[in-house]
Write a protein that binds this ligand. Structure first.
Ligand SMILES: Nc1ncnc2c1ncn2[C@@H]1O[C@H](COP(=O)(O)OP(=O)(O)OP(=O)(O)O)[C@@H](O)[C@H]1O
Length: 267
């Protein structure tokens, strides 16, 4: 129903997101200095680095919250920096939020439906008047939402307001909402934050199985090293705004610059 075709080998899949020479300064602080790397279709790319390394800033450049002072970001061959933030979802990029961005008073089902609105194909007037194309589209979105709620084991809480549900459950609602737009790239902003050890393990398994089913690529910004190294196909390490290493999780674990960065020494 949903999704892209998962590539058999994410390492050989076509590049979908390219960052090249991405730089940004805040006053006298160089938050990112000439950072470049690729994310391939269907690949889970982990982005790691100690506090202040530039992970969130990079995430904010991709999500069009910050404007890089230099560099190029290309999404499926087009200039991502030419897109407005609200155009990302219709371009195939969805995100989750570190501190969740759900409507507490709305039900889990309605929160999930919100994620489908960005890819609406009917006009405002027909939507307001409930004309047949709009009704068909709403029916399609509702079916998709139920499908995702089933897939993410949220059917039992579908009609419950989001506020009051356990944090781990809300993380799954965020994923359902993001998947409503059928993204080709999912940007995950510290998804393990606030979760227990066993919830992190379950979340990692869930992200991989959703990727396998739907074929999206993912950029995973995360402090939880176990999660990043456990589920990423490729890892990029930043420190003081510089890319200090990239490679497979096994390569990254043995990289001297990464080890030094986490031991508190400048690379
Ligand atoms: N809006 C801003 N104004 C001024 N400085 C900023 C701003 N955003 C980030 N910085 C600075 O840029 C650098 C990179 O910060 P960033 O938040 O991207 O790091 P991070 O790797 O996400 O860190 P953490 O893991 O602690 O969230 C830091 O020195 C930070 O103080």
């Amino acid at each position: 129903m949903l999704g892209n075709t998962p590539p058999a080998q994410p390492g050989n899949a076509p590049v979908v997101l390219t960052l090249s020479d991405v730089s940004i300064e805040f006053g006298g602080v160089t938050a990112l200095d000439a950072v470049g790397f690729d994310v391939r279709a269907g690949q889970i790319c982990g982005l790691i680095g100690p506090n202040g390394a530039g992970k969130t800033t990079l995430f904010n450049c991709i999500t069009r919250i910050y404007e890089p002072s230099r560099g190029v970001i290309t999404w499926q061959g087009t200039d991502l920096l030419g897109l407005r933030p609200y155009a990302l979802a219709s371009a195939g990029i969805a995100r989750t939020f570190q501190n969740l961005a759900l409507f507490g008073g709305m039900s889990v089902f309605d929160n999930t439906m919100v994620g489908g609105s960005s890819r609406g194909r009917f006009g405002l007037v027909s939507g307001l008047l409930g004309l047949p194309p709009a009704r068909a589209r709403v029916r399609e979105l509702r079916e998709k939402a139920w499908y995702l709620l089933e897939r993410l084991e949220l059917v039992d809480v579908a009609n419950a307001p989001a506020s009051g549900l356990p944090f781990g459950t809300l993380k799954r609602v965020e994923l359902a909402r993001a998947l409503m737009s059928e993204p080709s790239l999912l940007l995950l902003d510290e998804p393990a934050g606030g979760l227990t050890h066993s919830e992190v393990k379950e979340l990692g398994e869930l992200i991989v199985s959703l990727r396998d089913d739907f074929g999206f690529g993912a950029l995973l910004v995360e402090h939880h090293m176990g999660l990043v190294l456990g589920i990423s196909d490729h890892v990029v390490a930043l420190n003081f705004g510089h890319k200090i290493a990239q490679g497979t999780p096994a390569e990254i674990q043995q990289d001297d610059a990464v080890i030094n960065a986490y031991l508190g020494r400048a690379a």
